[in-house]
Design a protein around this ligand. Structure first.
Ligand SMILES: Nc1ncnc2c1ncn2[C@@H]1O[C@H](COP(=O)(O)OP(=O)(O)O)[C@@H](O)[C@H]1O
Ligand SMILES: O=P(O)(O)OC[C@H](O)CO
Length: 493
């Protein structure tokens, strides 16, 4: 058996490749950022070729001279690519999950009551976030696309699907069940594409990929890419992969990942649980032929991206890590709140027309207050979602497992524990997204014998205990709720 598993982690702002060993430790990492394209306010695109080139470059760098048993793929979810089956060329830039261009169509769906059909079949809230309305937009707006699609000449895929197509030299058009469950076109009960939704969106089903499990040998890479063919054996959307990497295997366990956005998932076991509190019902994973596992998800659109905004647009910091020292240079924000609703608000508000807002400014407010308030907004949004999750599940969540780039920030983690009133546990490996993809691939090829073996590898690095009075917590959170009210429906006004 080869020595390593290679995880490809195709995120919203960068492509990463990480080599793991049998103990689940990182042996080698390479990362490359790529361009974000903002053609209009509220629109976000990626060049699929830039995604592929950056992903291939880091994979080749890490794979060089390593002996690799299998590749696992994990990806930013919902981001939509349509390409020509013959040439392999995308017909348009990828429309990114954050893109709001299909908000009006979602309003139409709601007005006609089709949102209820969508919720019943797909487990999702009708929102521009998901792939389905983006596919429709591409077919409606790229000249000749619908005719070509009807003639079977086009392929649609989320980023996992596109990467597998490229890695196999166009031999495989597949997506895993977790990614399928984010398209708004997939029936989570029947476990196949929904004809009802595809018909309403006027999407020919011939463009859809074959849905496969999250852990199985699907095929091998084109031998030209790595000098040898490597089995591709695991695929999962990044939030589901992080859930797997965090060993959230028991129903009731919860993890929260702090990357570009923030995504909290609770394992709900073998049956989909419908939410009454505006959370999503989503597929957690499917291992081989085993039963599908489900999760409840609270999706926060802007988390670490708000720190990038402080750096790139506001020029208040030079790098993300600097935000910690600035935040702790003051005792409090003195009533300043930042609501980073740059692309509307996700769970539990689902307000496509909310926009970013700063409230509570006084003559003395400055850089430190805004930086600290931006970090705090990540923790408040997490509390909004955790509250909804407790209500939905009827469970008291005793602690929160966290991961993702922004959990390196100790101030944020302590404030998170304070504002939730429960311990926040950071694991030794915070690259749990890539680790989860590696585990899924490794299980399929027998590199790891079982999930039970994997579970033993999970280690806490630090636990942040809550250290704030209940009065103070409630007072601060009440201020956040008032600030959110100011941000809501702004675009519509
Ligand atoms: N020390 C830090 N404090 C706050 N935010 C941070 C810190 N380090 C990184 N981040 C944020 O975390 C995000 C990167 O995390 P990552 O898990 O790589 O995200 P993604 O997979 O979405 O690209 C960026 O948005 C960055 O602003
Ligand atoms: O790129 P990330 O890690 O912020 O994840 C994006 C999510 O998958 C969007 O649903």
């Amino acid at each position: 058996m080869a020595d390593h598993i290679l995880a490809l982690d195709q995120g919203t702002t960068s492509s990463r490749a990480i080599l793991f060993n049998k103990s689940g430790q990182i042996v080698k990492v390479a990362q490359r950022e790529f361009q974000q394209i903002y053609p209009q306010p509220g629109w976000v695109e990626h060049d699929p070729n830039a995604i592929w080139e950056s992903q291939l470059a880091v994979a080749q760098e890490v794979a060089n001279e390593a002996s690799i048993a299998a590749i696992g793929i994990t990806n930013q979810r919902e981001t939509t690519v349509i390409w020509d089956r013959e040439t392999g060329e995308p017909i348009h830039n990828a429309i990114v999950w954050q893109d709001r261009r299909t908000s009006r169509f979602c309003d139409e769906l709601r007005a006609e009551g089709f949102d209820k059909t969508i919720a019943e079949k797909t487990g999702l809230i009708t929102d521009a976030y998901f792939s389905g309305t983006k596919v429709k937009w591409l077919l409606d707006n790229v000249p000749g696309a619908r005719e070509k699609a009807q003639a079977g000449k086009l392929a649609f895929g989320t980023i996992d699907s596109y990467l597998v197509w490229k890695l196999t030299g166009g031999r495989l058009h597949i997506t895993d069940v977790t990614n399928a469950s984010r398209t708004m076109l997939y029936d989570i009960h029947k476990k196949w594409w929904s004809t009802t939704v595809c018909e309403r969106f006027d999407i020919p089903m011939s463009i859809l990929p074959q849905v496969v499990s999250s852990s199985a040998v699907y095929g091998e890479t084109d031998s030209k890419l790595f000098g040898t063919s490597i089995p591709i054996a695991g695929i999962a959307g990044d939030q589901q992969a992080a859930t797997f990497g965090q060993a959230v295997y028991e129903p009731g366990l919860v993890k929260n990942t702090y990357g570009t956005g923030c995504f909290m998932l609770m394992n709900t076991g073998k049956e989909p649980v419908a939410s009454k509190n505006n959370l999503l019902t989503t597929v957690a994973w499917r291992i081989g032929e085993e039963p599908t596992q489900f999760a409840l998800e609270g999706s926060i659109f802007i988390a670490g991206a708000a720190i990038q905004w402080l750096r790139d647009e506001m020029k208040l910091i030079q790098k993300a890590s600097e935000s910690e020292a600035i935040a702790t240079s003051i005792e409090s924000t003195d009533g300043v709140y930042v609501v980073p609703a740059f692309v509307g608000l996700g769970a539990p508000y689902w307000d496509q027309y909310a926009r970013g807002t700063i409230v509570g400014l006084t003559r003395g407010s400055g850089r430190a207050q805004i930086v600290r308030a931006t970090l705090e907004s990540i923790a408040y949004q997490t509390r909004d979602v955790l509250t909804a999750m407790q209500a939905d599940s009827g469970l008291d969540i005793p602690l929160l497992r966290v991961d993702g780039g922004a959990v390196a920030n100790d101030f944020l983690m302590q404030f998170q524990a304070d504002i939730l009133g429960i311990p926040v546990v950071r694991p030794a490996i915070i690259e749990t997204t890539a680790l989860g993809a590696a585990y899924l691939a490794g299980l399929a090829v027998g590199y790891w014998p079982s999930q039970a073996d994997i579970e033993k590898q999970w280690r806490a690095e630090k636990t942040f205990e809550p250290n704030m009075s209940e009065d103070q917590r409630d007072q601060l959170y009440a201020g956040w709720q008032r600030a959110v009210e100011r941000a809501r429906a702004w675009e519509q006004d």
